[in-house]
Every structure is written in structure tokens, then in C-alpha cells.
Design a binder for this molecule. Structure first.
Ligand SMILES: [Zn+2]
Length: 290
């Protein structure tokens, strides 16, 4: 049974803290790190460090929770349990659970968040969309440029994404001719509408990401025939949890730690319902009369 500090060192090796963006807050958020008696048997991986997930870690008997999103991105002056983040901290500490975050340092890792997203859809990764200049092998970076074994129609790709990613209220929004053949796809787990210039430069047929806003999406559609696929932010990042757990499993096997890793299936997408009008324009793509 490894010491907590040894497992945290392994996490820092997989996702070095210095590779996170300047504005980010990654690494260990809470945990009895300096205590040599603090041991880890079970680790839970999840996207969001919310109360539901903290309680899931308690029920599981985990001593370590690893999340993609930070609990505190900016400073705080309180961890009082009547604040929602403070309650998470109290729940974790009271139950002897450490919290560790791998965020933008996991986005750009090799493999990273977008590799997991591409893998979930069975896309072949060709290269990073925005390569990390410090990686001589050119494998790290933000987003991925991918290809399909054979072209599929945009409507089929949207269906594939809906089937392979966790189900959310939003589902998959698509923009473009549903019959357009798609062979190359740029993907970016999480909010990706700041990368349209790089997506256009990559010359791909489609872009799959999350949180696409009206104006960037509208401009991208007007300038190129690029098809867009927009999934829930949570859904695009969740596949990383399985990938990350498998990476820690491999470390555990190499060291004979016998760690038991778990991936949360709890959907923490904040959107919980979706209403489609009877006049839903996507219902008209088959050419049915209005
Ligand atoms: Zn995110």
C-alpha cells in the first residue's frame, strides 16, 4: 500500500505542474501529504470536485480524489462548511481524502484530454492542434487533429459522438450540411472556441469541442465550410478520467502498489434538461415540408 506522497509524486510525473497555464491552479488541494502514515488504496477520478463527487469518494472508501477541474481557481478567504467549496473541503478532510487536480497540464499532456476525446470516438490522432513548442517530439499541445478511417456524413459523426460520450441534457449540437462527408476532424476537450484560427489553418472538415458561442461559431461557419460539433463541456472531458485512471494503474502495476482506481459515472454537467420546439429546424433537414 503506497504512501499518499508517493502516489502524488506519480501524479506530478504524469502531469507536471509546471506545464499548467500561468492562470491555472493545479496540484494537491488538500491532503495529509507530509504524514508518512497516510496511505492510499483507492483512487477516484472525476471531472468536477463538487459535493456529489466528494460524497462518492467517501462511499467508495477512497483516500484520494483526482479531478480535472480545480476546486479553487482564484484565492479564497474561507473554507467554512456553509460555502459550497468549503463543504467539499470539510467532507474530504473529515474522511481522510486528498484532492489532486490535473487541469491544463492534462489538456496538453501526451496523452492528454483531447487524445481521450478522440479515442472515445475512434478517431486516429495525427498531431496536436496547437503544438507545445517545448516538446521536441511534437506530441504535446492543445487539441488534436484527427482523421477517420473512412469518411462519414456529419449527421453520422454527430450520432457517433452522442453514442460514445456520456449522455447529457444538451446532447450534440451540429452546424453544417448533415450529409457533408467528414474525413478530418479537429477535437478539443473543454471550451474550444478560442482555437478557430488554428482549426481553419489545419484545414479539417469538422471541429468537435464544447461551449461554442454564437459569434465565433457564426463567423467560422461564414468563412469556411467547416462543420461544427458542440458537446457538453463535461462530456468532452470525461473520457480523460478513464485514460488517466489507466495511466495511474500502469504506474501502480510497475511499482506493485495494488491501487484500485475508479472512474466516477456521475454526470456533473450543470445543464439538466433540454426542450426542443416542435418547430426544431433540425427536424426539417430531411426536406419535410414546414
Ligand atoms: Zn474543462
Amino acid at each position: 500500500m503506497p504512501a499518499l506522497s508517493d502516489v502524488l509524486t506519480a501524479l506530478d510525473t504524469l502531469w507536471p505542474r509546471e506545464r499548467a497555464e500561468q492562470w491555472d491552479a493545479v496540484g494537491t488541494v488538500c491532503g495529509d501529504v507530509a504524514n508518512p502514515d497516510a496511505r492510499v488504496t483507492r483512487v477516484l477520478f472525476a471531472v468536477d470536485p463538487v459535493q456529489e463527487i466528494a460524497e462518492e469518494a467517501v462511499e467508495l472508501g477512497a483516500e484520494l480524489l483526482v479531478t480535472h477541474h480545480p476546486l479553487y481557481l482564484r484565492g479564497t478567504t474561507t473554507v467554512a462548511a456553509d460555502t459550497f467549496k468549503g463543504r467539499v473541503v470539510h467532507t474530504l478532510i473529515r474522511n481522510g481524502i486528498a484532492l489532486h487536480v490535473a487541469h491544463t497540464n492534462a489538456d496538453t499532456a501526451d496523452p492528454g484530454v483531447s487524445d481521450a476525446l478522440a479515442g472515445a470516438l475512434g478517431l486516429r490522432v495525427l498531431r496536436p492542434l496547437v503544438p507545445d513548442a517545448t516538446d521536441p517530439e511534437g506530441r504535446r499541445g492543445l487539441g488534436r487533429v484527427c482523421e477517420l478511417d473512412r469518411p462519414v456524413r456529419l449527421s453520422e459523426l454527430a450520432r457517433l459522438a452522442a453514442d460514445r460520450l456520456p449522455a447529457t441534457a444538451q446532447g450534440i449540437r451540429a452546424a453544417g450540411d448533415p450529409d457533408r462527408p467528414i474525413r478530418t476532424v479537429a477535437v478539443c476537450g473543454g471550451s474550444g472556441d478560442s482555437l478557430f484560427d488554428q482549426v481553419r489553418a489545419a484545414g479539417v472538415d469538422a471541429y468537435l469541442t464544447a461551449d461554442l458561442r454564437h459569434h465565433p461559431a457564426s463567423e467560422a461557419r461564414a468563412q469556411t465550410p467547416l462543420a461544427l460539433l458542440d458537446a457538453a463541456h463535461f462530456a468532452t472531458e470525461w473520457p480523460w478520467c478513464e485514460q488517466a485512471a489507466a495511466e495511474l494503474d500502469a504506474v501502480s502495476d510497475r511499482n506493485g502498489w495494488g491501487l484500485r482506481t475508479h472512474v466516477s459515472r456521475t454526470v456533473t454537467d450543470p445543464w439538466t434538461a433540454h426542450a426542443a420546439s416542435a418547430h426544431d429546424p433540425s427536424a426539417h433537414t430531411t426536406g419535410a415540408p414546414n
